[in-house]
Ligand binder design. Structure first.
Ligand SMILES: [Zn+2]
Ligand SMILES: [Zn+2]
Length: 83
């Protein structure tokens, strides 16, 4: 794997990051996991599979945005203490 989860090799230089507006980041894995969880409401029968897939997707999260280094804001990760 050339760009493993957590890698910063593709991250933009700090002086660029200071100029751009990095919004809240949700990884595609966690975003898709959330979609699976939402779908359980409408699809009760498939609920066990949807939740199993959601769990797998959360576990595959890259944790940080590979270009900006922004941390995934998904609630499945330990949140940094709010000051
Ligand atoms: Zn997640
Ligand atoms: Zn995540």
């Amino acid at each position: 794997m050339t760009n493993p989860p957590g890698s910063q090799q593709e991250q933009l230089p700090a002086y660029i990051l200071a100029l751009i507006n990095v919004g809240p980041y949700l990884s595609t894995a966690c975003e898709t996991a959330a979609a699976c969880e939402r779908a359980t409401e409408a699809h009760q029968t498939e609920r066990p599979w949807l939740l199993a897939h959601a769990e797998e997707l959360h576990a595959r999260c890259r944790l940080n945005n590979k270009f900006t280094g922004a941390l995934c804001a998904c609630r499945c990760h330990p949140q940094p203490p709010t000051v």
